[in-house]
Design a protein around this ligand. Structure first.
Ligand code: 5RP
Length: 246
């Protein structure tokens, strides 16, 4: 008996822009490449479309993922995934973002995967960010900035982060641990996420460096000078392909 055919999901109306951005990003993928696979509802479409190309056209790629969520998705649809240390330096990582500023700096971590996402992005020759136009902003900070902190002394680390925000070039310095029901959300690496309500982050480069100096902070969701290409999908028409000048 033949195995049942793989059925690849199709986007509904409200996912058309994300799907279009993912499809455009797939045009950058060539046979034999090593890829990083991002996390979230936009990266989801990239994994699905990649799986379809592998299945229908025999495209050969080797992939690492940025979360267990994406690992499981890739496995489910037959995308070859391996631990990052077996893949090494990747040609391209394709990932979503929560905000993209006018100078292509990012806030990521809405899906709590920022640590693995930053490791994979840093280990990739090129980062392609796929978003819909709602993610494009002038100044970062309307989206809460996620900071991954170790569980030991988490309240002490929270106080240190708030103190830093109080003297940083941001509009607001409130924070809140991300919850999952009544429990603290635990990341893939076993940490907490502290969401920082900054409203405006006027100097993301400085804040990125300062946050990562605080003992207890593992990483933060500011992705500075990592995005090379931003693909902005829209519901009709061609996605925009924007390149960060270096
Ligand atoms: C996960 C992320 C995601 O890329 C980001 O939250 C965007 O997700 P979506 O495409 O679902 O809006 O950083 O940690």
């Amino acid at each position: 008996m033949n195995p049942s055919p793989v059925i690849f999901p199709k986007p509904d109306e409200k996912n058309l822009a994300k799907h279009a951005a993912a499809a455009k990003a797939l045009e950058f993928v060539k046979d034999g490449m090593t890829l990083g696979l991002g996390t979230g509802s936009t990266a989801y479409w990239f994994v699905i479309l990649l799986a379809e190309r592998i299945h229908k056209d025999g495209l050969k790629v080797t992939c690492a993922t940025t979360s267990t969520q994406t690992w499981d998705l890739a496995k489910e649809y037959g995308v070859p995934v391996y631990p990052l240390d077996e893949v090494g330096v990747m040609d391209i990582v394709v990932d979503g973002a929560d905000e993209v500023s006018s100078d292509y700096q990012l806030i990521k971590g809405g899906g709590a995967a920022l640590l693995q996402e930053k490791i994979v992005a840093t280990a990739s020759e090129q980062m392609i960010v796929i978003v819909d136009s709602s993610k494009m902003v002038e100044v970062l900070g309307q989206f809460h900035l996620p900071v991954e902190v170790v569980r030991f002394g988490a309240q002490t680390t929270k106080a240190a982060i708030e103190k830093l925000l109080g003297v940083s070039d941001v509009k607001s310095a409130k924070t809140a641990f991300r919850m999952k029901g009544d429990e603290f959300l635990i990341t893939d690496e076993g940490h907490y996420i502290l969401d920082c309500i900054c409203e405006e982050i006027r100097d993301p480069k400085a804040l990125n460096l300062a946050l990562n100096q605080i003992p207890g902070v593992v990483e933060n969701g500011l992705f500075i000078d990592l995005a090379d290409i931003v693909v902005v999908g829209n519901e009709g028409g061609d996605p925009k392909v924007l390149r960060r000048s270096v």
